[in-house]
Design a protein around this ligand. Sequence first.
Ligand code: HSE
Length: 436
Amino acid sequence: MKPIQVGLLGIGTVGSGTFNVLARNREEIVRRAGRDIVISMVADLDTERAERIVKGRAVVTKNADDILNNPEIDIVIELIGGYGIAKTLVLKAIEAGKHVVTANKSLLATHGNEIFTAAQKKGVMVAFEAAVAGGIPIIKALREGLTANRIEWIAGIINGTSNFILSEMRDKGLPFADVLREAQRLGYAEADPTFDIEGVDAAHKLTIMSAIAFGIPMQFSSAHVEGITKLTREDIEYAEELGYRIKLLGITRRTPQGIELRVHPTLIPTKRLIANVEGVMNAVLVKGDAVGATLYYGAGAGSEPTASAVVADLVDITRMHTADPEQRVPHLAFQPDQLAATPILPIGEVTTSYYLRLRVKDQPGVLADITRVLADNAISIDAMVQKEPAEGEEQVDIIMLTHQALEKRVDAAITKIESLSVVLGKVTRIRLEELN
Ligand code: HSE
């Protein structure tokens, strides 16, 4: 059978990895896919660099339309990123009747509904394993492997850059800014690392997982997003003393009131496997009603790990492209007319536990005042530690862990506590998940 022809838009780190993996594992891939898969065209503005990577194995062009207008091309891989030109080209590829493979989480999280509707209309596939957690086959697991389950919740470490920063802050006792510089030097964090450290990249990936776990449209704009920039070494150390580790977690959970969709620093018990995922690695914990908790771990970025996901999608499409579109796995795991309008809960309506750190005057009655405010807001204390005052100081840090409470009640309590004259400065609040 003649090889399936692929056009690649954007040949950077992942694109070159895709070339290498396809070439190195060609025999195995043909045995699996049933026919050869060949990247025959590459479009990139930097044609010189593209030629150096391709080494004569594909036609290189500056103009993406050369690929989109070529009737020989069956699949387009989009590795440009962002939602500008990438969106236009993906929609054009679909319109031209080509299947699409993309690693573009920001595009899918923000414009996925439009893209999948267009693909549905045209009867083409849009595959996106590489968009979430790099090489970990989490999309495959959620869409197919766990299809028997009613998924209850997902919690993931899905941004390697921020996980690396948190690991280094804890290991070496360094402040955030120093570790960020180190991450940039090592090439983990982008020159503009905003999406990584502010939780936006993780929220894009979480939005995609939430959609396929619960059968809802992509709703990135409703996600609650907080990054790691305000975390201090002190909080990381205090959490550790209490048996918890702080991770930037993406959490999506089905509740009777709606779906939680939130990214924020989170204390998790050190004894959980996922708490021990360090450095740039990713991990996703999925709780299904039948299977229980399952954990997926691996490289969330990098040339060949991400290429592994891209090539898996190429093989899937190669096997399925002649099948009746009705017989294929739906883009969002659920039949398109079965997507639910379940609301995403505003963060104030979320129920979770909390770590609170307060600096207070070391004098009688202070704790009584604070615990009264918590009790008035139906917040129950699970554990509490008062740190020794520093030499000659009359101020102390108090750390409290709460039982589960409604976030808007915690907000109200914090406002009240901060207004007490014995409380100095702002209360630090970090959410806590037992993940059991
Ligand atoms: N910037 C991402 C991370 C990798 O740090 O995990 C690509 O999704």
